[in-house]
Write a protein that binds this ligand. Structure first.
Ligand SMILES: [Zn+2]
Length: 247
C-alpha cells in the first residue's frame, strides 16, 4: 500500500469538455466531490452520472422496494443542484455488486454512450486509509471503472456492444478517483461549496436516518471540514482531491 505523503496536490487538468462519473450509490458523489462538479459545470463542461445501484439497501427502516425509487428521486434532485441533468442507473443490486465482466461491460457501455475525456469514480481500495474499511460495492465499482476505461476503447473485448451500435471510445484520458487516501490532484472547492452543501442535503431521507444532528449543520460541517483538511495540501485553499490515473 502506498503511504500518504504531505506533498502539495497539483491542479486537476482542465483541457477537457466531457466527464462521466461512475459510482455505486446515490450520495457517493455528494460526500465530498460535488463542489468540483459544480465548478466544472459552471465552466460550461458536461458531466453525466452513472450509478451502479439505486441505493435500495441504504436505509435500515425502509424496504428496498420503497427505498430505491426514493433514493433515485433524491439523486436526480441532488445532481440538478450542481448542473448535472443526466443520471443513469445500471440496476446492479445494492450491497452485493460483483466485480466482474458484467459490471465492466455495463460501465464500458456507459463510457461508449457518453464518450468522456475524464472519468470520475470513488475509492476502489480496501480502506479509506489506515483501518477505515471501505465497502465492497465501492471497491467493485471503482476497480471496474478503472478497467472499463480501457475496455471501452477495445473493439474485441465486448463485441456485443459494437453489435448494439456502441462504437469503441478510446478517448478517456484520465480516471480521477475521489476519496482516495493517496490523492495527487485537487480542485478549488470554494466556488462550488454552497451548491455542494445543498446537493448533499437533497439526500434528506438518507441523512435523517443516519444522524440525529440537524441535517444542514451535519452536511455543512462534513463538507467544509473535509475540504479544509484537503486544502492543507493545496496552498491552504479548501479543495476536493482526486487520485488521477492517466491513460
Ligand atoms: Zn456508497
Amino acid at each position: 500500500m502506498t503511504e500518504p505523503t504531505t506533498a502539495q496536490l497539483k491542479p486537476m487538468p482542465d483541457d477537457w469538455q466531457r466527464a462521466l462519473a461512475v459510482v455505486a450509490h446515490p450520495d457517493d458523489l455528494e460526500y465530498g466531490c460535488s463542489a468540483a462538479i459544480a465548478a466544472w459545470t459552471d465552466a460550461g463542461r458536461e458531466v453525466a452520472y452513472v450509478l451502479a445501484t439505486r441505493g435500495e439497501a441504504g436505509i435500515d427502516t425502509l424496504e428496498p422496494a420503497q427505498c430505491g425509487p426514493l433514493r433515485e428521486r433524491e439523486q436526480r434532485a441532488s445532481a440538478a443542484v450542481v448542473g448535472v441533468s443526466v443520471v443513469e442507473f445500471l440496476d446492479h443490486r445494492d450491497g452485493v455488486i460483483e466485480y466482474g465482466t458484467a459490471l465492466r461491460r455495463d460501465i464500458a457501455a456507459a463510457i461508449r454512450r457518453h464518450r468522456p475525456e475524464l472519468v470520475i469514480t470513488l475509492n476502489h481500495r480496501d480502506t479509506w486509509g489506515g483501518v477505515d474499511w471501505n465497502t465492497p460495492d465501492h471497491v467493485a465499482v471503482g476497480r471496474a471503472t478503472l478497467d472499463a476505461a480501457g475496455d471501452a476503447g477495445n473493439r474485441w473485448i465486448f463485441p456485443e456492444l459494437t453489435e448494439q451500435g456502441l462504437e469503441p471510445w478510446n478517448g478517456v484520458r484520465w480516471v480521477a478517483v475521489a476519496g482516495s487516501n493517496t490523492p495527487t490532484h485537487a480542485v478549488d472547492a470554494t466556488p462550488g461549496m454552497e451548491r455542494a452543501v445543498r446537493s448533499l442535503l437533497e439526500h434528506r431521507t438518507y441523512i435523517e436516518a443516519l444522524t440525529e444532528e440537524d441535517p444542514e449543520s451535519y452536511v455543512r460541517g462534513f463538507l467544509t471540514g473535509y475540504a479544509k483538511s484537503t486544502g492543507e495540501r493545496f496552498g491552504g485553499r479548501p479543495a476536493v482531491a482526486f487520485e488521477l490515473f492517466g491513460r
